[in-house]
Write a protein that binds this ligand. Structure first.
Ligand code: NAP
Length: 263
């Protein structure tokens, strides 16, 4: 029977650790760490994500600023805001909430952020560091969070066969790099992948980052596999993941519920 990976409890522990570490640093340097979050336009999901980031800052005692910009802002105006934040001594981290409006080149915007303040880890320099295992850069948060879960639950990765479903720049691809560095053998699947179920059935570790409700069923998973469900889907007003939790729970050794425990 599957053991639930309780991401909520782990995040609570991480908050406490960060708060303690931050309190010490604050005393030493005489100011709080500062985060600036830029949001462009009125995307409803983005509003929720930004609100959660600001709440997280409050929880650990960081200073934070939210910069709300209109949907029709020009790319140059946005780049100019970022340059100012790069120079701002109160700001240590800059997050630009994605997606951006279509007329703005996302990569150009991300790469304008000073790589030392790119706490999302999306800047080309930080991605390069992740690629070669240079630990001085920032890692993208979702893959990093998944790696923390493996560590917390003592899940060995070396020598394991992992299948990641989804090849996005924010989840699938960076997670593949982190798993490779941990000694796993990794396959990354996408919407064109043939015989997905066959591949999944051989996997010791399955990560679903797709955005298709309950795509992965009990028959796709081998006994005692570890199943990480990154998907967040809304069906009939309820949240569900990319894996069919009820079918897989009995077979998996570990599984992440969506929504998470305590929600
Ligand atoms: P994305 O950019 O939309 O990428 C989805 C990936 O899934 C693509 O690579 C796509 O293939 C692949 N795919 C689509 N249908 C498929 C199918 N039937 N079989 C196999 N692969 C398929 O998504 P994302 O940003 O990575 O997000 C994925 C999910 O995770 C979403 O539900 C999102 O809300 C959620 N999410 C959760 C967190 C979290 O913290 N829990 C963070 C980020 C995202 P192609 O490349 O061929 O199109």
């Amino acid at each position: 029977m599957g053991k639930i990976i309780d991401g909520k409890a782990l995040s609570q522990k991480i908050f406490e650790d960060i708060k303690k570490e931050h309190d010490k640093i604050k005393e030493k340097v005489g100011r709080s760490a500062g985060l600036a979050v830029i949001i462009v336009g009125e995307n409803a999901a983005s509003q929720v994500y930004v609100r959660n980031k600001i709440r997280a800052c409050e929880k650990v005692g960081f200073y934070s600023e939210t910069i709300r910009l209109p949907e029709d802002i020009t790319q140059e105006e946005l780049l100019c805001k970022i340059r100012k934040l790069n120079e701002n001594k109160k700001i240590d981290g800059i997050l630009v909430q994605l997606p951006l409006p279509k007329h703005i080149d996302e990569l150009k915007v991300i790469n304008e952020i000073a790589s030392s303040k790119d706490v999302d880890g999306f800047h080309t320099e930080n991605i390069g560091k992740m690629m070669i295992g240079d630990k001085t850069g920032f890692l993208p948060c979702t893959p990093y969070g998944i790696m923390q879960m493996f560590e917390e639950y003592g899940i060995e990765l070396s020598g394991k066969d992992a299948v990641i479903v989804g090849r996005s720049n924010i989840v699938g691809k960076p997670l593949a790099l982190l798993l490779i560095q941990s000694g796993a053998t990794v396959q990354v699947c996408n919407s064109k992948t043939k015989n997905l179920s066959e591949k999944l059935q051989k996997a010791d570790i399955v990560v679903a980052a797709v955005g298709v409700p309950k795509l992965i069923k009990g028959r796709d998973i081998k006994e005692n596999a570890v199943v990480i469900d990154v998907g967040i889907n809304r069906v009939d007003g309820k949240l569900c993941g990319d894996v069919d939790f009820d079918e897989i729970f009995e077979k998996a050794s570990f599984i992440t519920p969506v929504p998470g425990e305590n929600l």
